[in-house]
Design a protein around this ligand. Structure first.
Ligand SMILES: Cc1ncc(COP(=O)(O)O)c(C=O)c1O
Length: 398
C-alpha cells in the first residue's frame, strides 16, 4: 500500500494531547490513583494535585482558586452556567420569568441549552444577529435587554469562522447597565476556542462565568472547567457527593484535571504572542495561495477580528462534504460547515447567520491550524485542495 502523508488541520474539532501533558498525567493513573476526597495518604496526594492544578488554572484566568470548577468539558460547563443560573434565580424569586440573550452563532452547547429552557417555559430567549462578517454588534445586544434580562451569553471565538467577539466591550457595557438596574445581568462567555490565542483574564473581560475545555488546548478529552465569579450562585445539575461545593459533585477526575492544568500552563508559559504570529503567518499564506490558485473562492468571517488559526472558505459549485471526503483520501483532516441530515445537506446555523445563500454555504470548508503544523503541511494541503476542487467541479459543473 502507498503511504499517504498525514496532515491534521482540524484543530478546532480537537487537538492532539501534547506529550508534556501526557507525561504529567501518567502518574495519576498508576501510582497516585487515590480519590481526592479520601483521608489517607493516597487521597491527600490526589488532593494536593487537584489543588495545584486549580491554582495554575486560576493564575491563567487571573482569578482565585475557589472560582474554578471542574466539569467533563465545555458542553457541561455551558449547561451548568446557563441552567444552573436560571434555575437558581427561579428558586430565589418564585414566579419570576427570566429573559436571556445569546448570539445567533453560539455553539449548540449554548443554543440547545437555552432552547431547552424556553421549550419548558423556564425562560424567554432573544437571539442577537451578527454582521455579515460574523461579529456581534454591542448596540444590537443592548437593544435586546429587558427589565427581566438576567443573562447574556456570547462566545469569545466562534468555532466555525473563527471570529473574535467583543467580549471586553460587552462586559463593560453590561457593568454599566447593571449600575442602573435592580435586576443584575450576568455575563457568560464560552471561551472554548479562545484559550490558545486570546487574553482570558476574567476581570479584564468583565465576565461572571466562563467555559473552557481540555481537548481544544492539547489536553485530554472529557475534562473542562467553569470559572464562576465569587458570589454568583448556581443550582447544581447533578446531585450526589459533596465535591466542589455541591455545585458539581462527583469524584474528581484527577488525571484529567492535572492534564487540563498542564495544558493551560503550557499556553501561559509558551510565548503566546510569538506562537500566534507563527500560526497567523502560516494561515495568511494559506489563504493567499488558495485565493491565487483557485477561482470562485470566498473567505467567510472577519479579516481582522479572527482567531489566528482559522480559515473558512466557500468554493462555488462544490459541496463541502465532498471536499472533506476527497481530502481525507489524501490524508488531510479538515471540516465543513454543512452537516448531512436526513439525506440533504444543511448549511450550518453560523453560515446562515452571516446571510450566506444556502447554495454557497454548502461549499464551506473550515481549516483550523494548530501547534504542530508547519509550512510543509500547508503546501501539501493547498496542492491537494486545488486538485480536489478542480476534480469536483469537473464532475458536476454548475
Ligand atoms: C465553542 C465551543 N463550545 C463548546 C464546545 C463543546 O466542548 P466539549 O467538546 O468540551 O464538550 C465546543 C467543541 O466543539 C466548541 O467549539
Amino acid at each position: 500500500m502507498v503511504s499517504v502523508k498525514k496532515v491534521y488541520l482540524d484543530n478546532a474539532a480537537t487537538t492532539p494531547v501534547d506529550s508534556r501533558v501526557l507525561k504529567a498525567m501518567l502518574p495519576y493513573f498508576e501510582n497516585n490513583f487515590g480519590n481526592a476526597s479520601s483521608l489517607h495518604q493516597f487521597g491527600l496526594d490526589a488532593r494536593v494535585a487537584v489543588d495545584r492544578a486549580q491554582k495554575k488554572i486560576a493564575d491563567f484566568f487571573a482569578c482565585s482558586k475557589a472560582e474554578i470548577y471542574f466539569t467533563s468539558g465545555a458542553t457541561e460547563s455551558n449547561n451548568l452556567a446557563i441552567w444552573g443560573l436560571i434555575q437558581r434565580l427561579r428558586l430565589d424569586q418564585p414566579g419570576f420569568q427570566p429573559h436571556l440573550i445569546v448570539s445567533s452563532i453560539e455553539h449548540d452547547a449554548v443554543l440547545e441549552s437555552v432552547r431547552a429552557l424556553a421549550a419548558r417555559g423556564l425562560a424567554e430567549v432573544s437571539y442577537v444577529p451578527v454582521t455579515a462578517r460574523g461579529v456581534v454588534k454591542v448596540e444590537k445586544l443592548v437593544a435586546a435587554v429587558k427589565a427581566n434580562t438576567v443573562l447574556v451569553s456570547v462566545m469569545y471565538v466562534n468555532n466555525e469562522i473563527g471570529t473574535i467577539q467583543p467580549i471586553e466591550k460587552i462586559g463593560a457595557t453590561i457593568a454599566k447597565l447593571n449600575r442602573k438596574r435592580p435586576q443584575k445581568i450576568y455575563f457568560h462567555t464560552d471561551a472554548t476556542q479562545a484559550l490558545n490565542y486570546c487574553d482570558c483574564r476574567v476581570s479584564h473581560l468583565g465576565v461572571d462565568l466562563l467555559s473552557f475545555s481540555g481537548h481544544k488546548i492539547y489536553g485530554p478529552k472529557g475534562i473542562g472547567g467553569l470559572y464562576l465569579k465569587s458570589g454568583v450562585v448556581l443550582e447544581p445539575l447533578f446531585f450526589g457527593g459533596h465535591q466542589q461545593n455541591n455545585i458539581r459533585p462527583g469524584t474528581y477526575n484527577v488525571s484529567g484535571i492535572v492534564g487540563l492544568a498542564t495544558a493551560i500552563d503550557l499556553i501561559g508559559a509558551s510565548n503566546r504572542q510569538r506562537e500566534n504570529q507563527r500560526i497567523e503567518k502560516l494561515r495568511d499564506r494559506l489563504i493567499a495561495t488558495v485565493q491565487r490558485e483557485i477561482s470562485g473562492v470566498v473567505l467567510n468571517g472577519d479579516l481582522v477580528k479572527r482567531s489566528p488559526n482559522n480559515a473558512n472558505f466557500v468554493f462555488r459549485g462544490v459541496e463541502g462534504e465532498s471536499l472533506v471526503l476527497l481530502l481525507s483520501e489524501r490524508g488531510i483532516a479538515v471540516s465543513t460547515g454543512s452537516a448531512c441530515s436526513s439525506g440533504s445537506l444543511e448549511p450550518s446555523h453560523v453560515l446562515a447567520a452571516l446571510g450566506l445563500a444556502p447554495e454557497l454555504a454548502h461549499g464551506s470548508l473550515r481549516v483550523s491550524l494548530g501547534r504542530f503544523n508547519r509550512q510543509t503541511d500547508i503546501d501539501y494541503f493547498v496542492t491537494e485542495l486545488t486538485r480536489a476542487v478542480k476534480r469536483l467541479r469537473k464532475m458536476s459543473p454548475l
